[in-house]
Write a protein that binds this ligand. Structure first.
Ligand code: ZN
Length: 97
């Protein structure tokens, strides 16, 4: 949605709209099974940021939506993936000394 990276559908992350006041809010669908219309992006911060910046979510959901929680949700998503990656980075930076 936000960029030109090509990838298979299984690798994308799904976003949904939560009907909150005063404006519906875009949230990451961690389960991938939430009801309603979904929007997909790559699980890459650059792609998510571009989608917010280019108002891709408003286009996808055909509504004015609040994207204030998008980057926060994506950070939480990355944290879940982090343990193995973080260990790898630590080892690499250690060997450079
Ligand atoms: Zn993308």
């Amino acid at each position: 949605m936000g960029c030109r990276i090509t990838t298979s559908k299984e690798e994308l992350i799904r976003w949904v709209v939560e009907q909150t006041a005063p404006q519906p809010q875009v949230r990451l669908d961690f389960t991938g099974r939430a009801h309603g219309r979904g929007a997909w992006t790559h699980p890459v911060s650059k792609c998510v940021q571009q989608t917010v910046h280019r108002k891709g979510f408003a286009r996808a959901f055909r509504a004015a939506v609040d994207t204030g929680a998008v980057l926060q949700d994506f950070a939480a998503y990355e944290d879940r993936l982090a343990p193995s990656q973080r260990t790898g980075r630590d080892k690499e930076s250690g060997s450079e000394i």
